[in-house]
Design a protein around this ligand. Structure first.
Ligand SMILES: Cc1ncc(COP(=O)(O)O)c(C=O)c1O
Length: 450
């Protein structure tokens, strides 16, 4: 066992050490070699070191260099080494984090992390939280609590009686809501399409003055951090308008919620704490390994009402927090440990620096591209840059060449009807030199085609 785990660690360490020197995107040859995995189910197994070697020899080169400093696609963090290390150790524990009585270490660590997150985001002290797979499920979990509360206020127990015959819930979403938020609404029986869209401005931000009048049970979904522009809905202003209406205000802050962790960028989320629930990712801007989202809910009892179960065989009676009371899953890994490691390592100031560095890098990208004569479509207020290089065909061709060059990786998007390239800076290890090197390549390729 020891040799095997050391072999895995050595291979992982080599992968991380070499990430800076390889092409960010895997080569076509490396992808072609993946055919080796398409074998029939073997009748007999093999030695563990043999399969590990195969995984590394064929899998590693064909992986996307997402953990490297010049991956700017989607909104993806790169897992700080300390969080990979804590992840390895907690994988060795392999705790099934449901009940405090069974997994006290993981349960207590999560409880502590919850307190730290409340402090970082400056949220109400009695919030409840679920440590889930990502922001999609964080949105789902928080909205399940919202559904529970607005229907309970209308005299309906949705957990017991379902939605058939329930009072109708109006759901308001911003015109630029993330598709996973709509998917969460669909999974909750609230429908992806029966939402009322709120008007947004040029940066995709909801216009507070145009939020419709509230009648009956209502859930209002806002966004902190638009995945293209990085823009923010005016959360505080909307909460003020809705005060006394009984509407539940939810904030999808997959990455943008982390602006609250920085004294410099906190101004982007005035009134954040006035909302009722918040969803975010740790695997994006906090740079912990994938599979780490967090649902935070002001009215913890409603999250618990939506998620908690009892069974004769489950030792749920305890004075402590049972993690599975707040998540859709009963069985899951100890993902709160990764969040603990990140926060314990960085401290409050380190988290702020991480956020600010990424935003400054995005600003540098924006300025460099504008100086080179290209049109940046968004106000670069956070870590996102949206740039066009002419018509859709030219822009897509340039993006394709940038990806194939391998120095950096940026993806495409359509922003307010225009095909564009999106740069998202989320990685803890990105330096000014990485930005300059990437800018050189982007500008050279773009100029060759325009
Ligand atoms: C605003 C927003 N909400 C939700 C999500 C979904 O997050 P996840 O992929 O972690 O489920 C994303 C992903 O980029 C996002 O940007």
């Amino acid at each position: 066992m020891e040799k095997l785990l050391q072999d895995a660690a050595a291979r992982g360490i080599r992968y991380r050490r070499e990430i800076n020197d390889r092409s960010v995107a895997p080569s076509a040859e490396a992808i072609a070699r993946l055919e080796v995995f398409r074998e029939p189910l073997p009748a007999q197994g093999c030695a563990p070191e043999v399969l590990l070697k195969r995984l590394d020899e064929y899998g590693s080169p064909a992986s996307m260099g997402m953990v490297g400093p010049r991956f700017f696609g989607f909104v993806i963090g790169g897992s700080m080494p300390v969080t990979v290390a804590s992840n390895w150790l907690s994988s060795a524990w392999d705790q099934n984090v449901g009940m405090h009585k069974i997994t006290p270490a993981a349960a207590i660590i999560e409880e502590v992390v919850l307190g730290w997150l409340i402090e970082i985001f400056d949220l109400p002290g009695d919030c409840g939280a679920g440590f889930v797979t990502g922001c999609t499920v964080a949105n789902f979990s928080a909205l399940a609590a919202a559904r529970s509360k607005v229907l309970a206020d209308a005299g309906w127990d949705v957990e017991a009686d379902g939605l058939a015959g329930a009072p109708e819930i109006t759901v308001l979403v911003g015109g630029e809501a993330h598709p996973t938020l709509l998917k969460s609404l669909g999974m909750l029986g609230l429908g992806r399409n029966r939402v009322v869209r709120m008007a947004v401005d040029q940066q995709g931000q909801v216009i507070a003055e145009q939020v419709p009048e509230i009648k009956g049970p209502t859930i209002v979904c806002l966004q902190a951090g638009n995945l293209n522009s990085g823009g923010f809905d005016p959360i505080g202003a909307i909460c003020d308008r809705l005060e006394g209406t009984g509407a539940w205000v939810h904030v999808d802050g997959a990455f943008g919620l982390w602006a609250a962790a920085s004294p410099k960028y906190r101004r982007l989320v005035p009134g954040l704490g006035k909302a009722d629930s918040w969803a975010t990712d740790a695997h994006k801007w906090l740079n912990v390994p994938q599979d780490s989202g967090i649902a935070l809910v002001r009215h913890a009892q409603y999250l618990k009402r939506a998620m908690a179960i009892t069974a004769d065989y489950l030792p749920t009676d305890t004075q402590f927090r049972n993690p599975s009371d707040y998540t859709p899953e009963l069985s899951r890994r100890a993902r709160g440990v990764d969040v603990w490691a990140a926060l314990r390592y960085l401290g409050r100031d380190g988290v702020a620096r991480l956020i600010e560095n990424c935003c400054e890098h995005a600003e540098r990208f924006g300025k460099g591209l504008r100086k080179a004569g290209f049109e940046v479509l968004n106000d670069v207020v956070l870590n996102q840059v949206v740039v066009v290089f002419g018509d859709a065909e030219t822009t897509l061709k340039i993006i394709d060449e940038i990806q194939r060059d391998g120095t950096c990786w940026c993806g495409s998007t359509v922003w307010r009807g225009q095909t564009a390239m999106r740069i998202s800076v989320c990685n803890w290890s990105t330096t000014i030199a990485d930005v300059e090197r990437s800018l050189d390549v982007i500008i050279r390729i773009a100029k060759e085609h325009t």
